[in-house]
Design a protein around this ligand. Structure first.
Ligand code: ATP
Length: 215
């Protein structure tokens, strides 16, 4: 019999909303709020309550009509879905200002997400220890990826160099990439890549805020 996948198949959009719900629910829990209605969560997250109810329906009977949802129960279910169970070893490419901030932070609130190696192409950085990491030349990448069993890569190289950096990462077997640059890159179909563009995130937040809270 085919082995069942542990994680339910949910869309990328739902996954993103789950992590938004989870953040909100943890805040409610910290304030000792024990239950919440979908309409209240809709106000907090700005996700429509019909969408919330549909998202929640993927995960069985989570709520009771008239009662709403138990905050702790939701946290347990959503953390179970989103949290990775095994340690993921991550490589960072581009030890500039943003890259160094990530090395310093290193997802310290999540034990299973660990940046374990860093790469750059600047001769002034290669061979230096920055934030506790030896900066490797890209030519060392194949060897380090195998040795460290790298499964995820984060790129913080400038947009115009991102394609060449990602090509090397992909060539060395990594299929999950977080790219801190907005321009779409060419990657094979089996490679999952997410783009984080802090400027456009901020602009869209401000646009939304000005719409709902006009000055
Ligand atoms: P700094 O001034 O310290 O370089 P920065 O954040 O201003 O920091 P950026 O120009 O954003 O630097 O570049 C980020 C990092 O990416 C730099 O360390 C740069 O050397 C590195 N980098 C650029 N191109 C590549 C590449 N193709 N492969 C790996 N690293 C690269």
């Amino acid at each position: 019999m085919e082995k069942m996948k542990e994680k339910p198949a949910i869309s990328k959009a739902t996954t993103k909303r789950l992590s938004l719900y989870l953040r909100c629910l943890k805040e409610l829990n910290a304030k000792n709020i024990t239950r919440i209605k979908s309409s209240e969560l809709a106000n907090l997250t700005q996700v429509g309550s019909a969408t919330i109810r549909r998202d929640f329906s993927h995960f069985g009977e989570l709520g009771r009509s008239g009662y709403g949802y138990n905050v702790k129960d939701l946290i347990t279910v959503f953390s179970g879905i989103l949290d990775t169970k095994e340690e993921k070893k991550i490589a960072l490419i581009g030890v500039g200002n943003l890259g160094q901030a990530l090395l310093k932070n290193n997802f310290r609130r999540n034990d299973n997400l660990n940046i374990v190696c860093a790469f750059d192409n600047d001769p002034n950085k290669i061979g230096q220890i920055i934030d506790g990491f030896l900066v490797h030349d890209l030519s060392e990448l194949p060897e380090v990826f195998v040795k460290e069993n790298i499964q995820v890569a984060i790129s913080t190289v400038p947009s115009r160099y991102a394609q060449e950096a990602i090509d090397i990462v992909v060539k060395n077997g990594v299929t999950a990439i977080l790219n801190f640059a907005p321009d779409p890159l060419n990657v094979p179909e089996n490679v999952n890549i997410r783009y984080i563009d802090l400027t456009s995130e901020l602009q869209s937040l401000i646009y939304f805020d000005e719409m709902v809270n006009p000055s």
